[in-house]
Design a protein around this ligand. Sequence first.
Ligand SMILES: *Cc1c(COP(=O)(O)O)cnc(C)c1O
Length: 564
Amino acid sequence: MSLLDPFLGPTRIAYLSMEIALRPDIPTYSGGLGVLAGDTVRSCADLELPMVFVTLASRDGYLRQFIGADGGQIDAPDPWSPERHATALDAAVAVRIEGRPVWIRPWLYLHTCPHGGSAPVILLDTRLEENAPGDRGITDRLYGGDEVLRLKQEAVLGIGGERMLRALGFEIRTWHLNEGHAALAPLSLLARHRIGDDRPAAGPLRYDPDPVRAACVFTTHTPVEAGHDRFSYDLVARLLGDFFEIEQLRLVAGPDELNMTRLALNLSGWVNGVAARHAQTARGMFPGYRIRAVTNGVHVPTWTSPPFARLFQSVTPEWAHDPDVLSRMDRLPDDAIWQAHEEAKAALIDEVQHRCGVTLRQDHPIIVFSRRMTGYKRPDLLFTDPDRLRRIAAALPFQVVLAGKAHPRDEGGKALIRELHAQARAMADSVPVAFLPNYEMGLAKIMVAGADLWLNTPMPPLEASGTSGMKAALNGVPQLSVLDGWWIEAWEEGVTGWAIGGDGSRPEEHAADLYAKLEDVVLPLWHHDRPGWTRLMKAAIARIGSRFHSQRMMRRYASEAYLR
Ligand SMILES: *Cc1c(COP(=O)(O)O)cnc(C)c1O
């Protein structure tokens, strides 16, 4: 009997994602998309939803970040062994790429929740003897290489994933595509619905899209046109050959190039953005499609720090399994909340000391900014006017902790990391600034809980949702954020946190708005009104933690998208 057997009968839903953050020592993710997929796995096990997950093995991970003497990012592979954490399953499928069969074998990783529910995750691996040496590494490095490798990886995920679930014996009724990377899966399904060979290839669609649309659910995450994966039809023809006639493919994936988002939109009967504002932006980008909104959420027991977990447990043992009850946490005594926070903050201060030798004070507030280091997230916004920052700190001291990786080919993101290090050195006399290398799940858990204030400064409307502020809120950390993504839905000024600027205000004014809010409202409250600050901490847990969790998200997908 195979470990998979108990799942084969009941499972009806497949979830495909290029990245899934399963646990800190399995680096098969790069950032928010993968963490969301991981929280989806965890909630699926909690709720005992009949789902199977598919991703790539990514044996070399995404990237392990070191910081050089010049403050620049040095990126290295981040290897892990599926052999140590997963079980090899006895199946193999092939996808023809560049005329050669590329064989794929599956690993099974089983996630089990404390209540006993579990969720199977299939990791697709091409590192096999039977493959040509040049094909073995296709699934090794997440988002590694150029667009040629990217299309090969997407072929393995989409076409290989669809074939693999069949080969393993799953009978899937619903295919959930987490971002456009998986859009070749519905194409693989469409290829099974040919309706006669008599019509010319350039004519109308010779395939029946209706059963495919009935089966596919697509979640888009990218609010900019340039962010969507596209491939020239020359490349598609060279790599995938006659897998799908190019003239026919143009009808569903765009006339000029293969646009993965368009392909997913055309072949999915249920489409959503990841926050209300993002769905609205996506509708503007892709008129004519019905795009709904399911706001992202985070997995509560994963992102709650030990001191807050103990506190919640003392109110109700159900908090981890039924996070809606967090709405009652506003009744917790102030000093219990503060005590739990002090403990989580001490853990962050230790981590900072240990990882970068910077000594932070427990009695000054810590502002944390940690996210992917890339232009639109504006990690440098806080440092727009260093003198202003020094003046604020002279009256109302604070400390800053930063972290985040830049994609190896994002030169702008790498320049930001160097610049942040230069700012940290220049500020050292008046504002302690620490940059923690190699931001990953484990570090994130310490940072979201140890912060006094979570800072979020993306350029609207580019933050589709964002989730790290939700993790902070669970630990009683209020956020100061630009009005974009999920924050538009959670923001109650002075109650759950604060806005930087107004909705639709000019991005050039955000730095001034940020300084004004810090100087006039946020830091005075922290320094001079502890009961007022604690009230915000409790509201963050009760009003945000009870709503922006991944169980609510999965209940919505289950009732609205999967059971349609
Ligand atoms: C939660 C998380 C993210 C997502 O951050 P956002 O910028 O809020 O979307 C990225 N990386 C890690 C390691 C995380 O834990």
